[in-house]
Write a protein that binds this ligand. Structure first.
Ligand code: DX5
Ligand code: ZN
Length: 243
């Protein structure tokens, strides 16, 4: 069955430790850490020092770090030291910035310009003892990830333009996911597929049925008044899709 990954971004940061404890007590299998540098996305979240305290508190759960940063190379060592299980970075680190409403932006790749840089980062993540994830923003065609899919442990399909929690799910993600899962099967590849942004009770069943293995739930998890009840509801929806 697919895994639910609550995103700490939607937790109450003024009570971070208690929020981690409550999620762990509710029975989560993992937590998702959103790292933003204010350049790759139009927001700043937190870095390796805070991630380390969260990872320590959630031990022994394996946590994944989603780096929405322009220079992932700079953070591989500190996240490995912090104890992250998986380090995900974006394919669009050398792409062009597109303007979004409200002064925001998103990077979308239309071509692969720096294949060797991406391969190097994947190798560096593995050498540091972490699993490697490659993330794609909504404007990027998943085809561009093909050269790396035999090397990565995870492909993350963003289902919102990254930077903020609580946004609406982009429907086009369903067809992208379906195509990606079919490609994985055809080529007999082993990476898992994570979906991130606007995921909740309404769409989780369909996402799992189409081949998603890991579902990031920010607002839909930490926005609930009772995390145990919400986790049960999310898992029940997944169980239906697995039948
Ligand atoms: C967005 C982040 C997501 C976000 C998901 O930039 O990568 O992980 O926290 O939050 P929700 O589930 O609220 O869309
Ligand atoms: Zn994320």
């Amino acid at each position: 069955m697919a895994t639910i990954a609550p995103s700490i971004l939607a937790a109450d940061f003024s009570r971070l430790g208690e929020e981690v404890d409550s999620a762990v007590a509710a029975g989560v299998e993992t937590l998702h850490l959103d790292i933003m540098d204010g350049h790759f996305v139009s927001n700043i979240s937190f870095g390796a020092d805070i991630a380390k305290t969260i990872i320590k508190r959630a031990k022994p759960l394996p946590l994944d770090a989603h780096l929405m940063v322009t220079m992932p190379e700079h953070y591989i060592e500190s996240f490995a030291k912090a104890g992250a299980e998986l380090f995900t970075f974006h394919l669009e680190i050398d792409a062009r910035r597109q303007a979004l409403p409200g002064g925001r932006w998103v990077y979308g790749a239309t071509e692969l310009r720096y294949v060797s840089r991406i391969n190097h980062i994947i190798d560096k993540i593995h050498s540091a003892g972490m699993k490697a994830g490659l993330a794609l923003n909504p404007p990027t065609d998943p085809k561009l990830a093909a050269p790396f899919l035999d090397k990565v442990d995870r492909l993350l399909l963003m289902s919102v333009n990254p930077g903020f929690g609580g946004q609406s799910f982009i429907e086009e993600t369903f067809s992208k996911l379906e195509r990606t899962a079919k490609y994985r099967k055809k080529k007999n590849l082993n990476f898992d597929i994570q979906i991130d942004g606007g995921v909740g009770i309404d769409n989780i069943r369909k996402l799992a049925a189409l081949g998603a293995d890991n579902l990031v739930c920010g607002t839909s998890f930490f926005g609930a008044s009772d995390y145990s009840v919400r986790l049960k509801e999310l898992k029940e929806a997944l169980a239906v899709s697995a039948r």
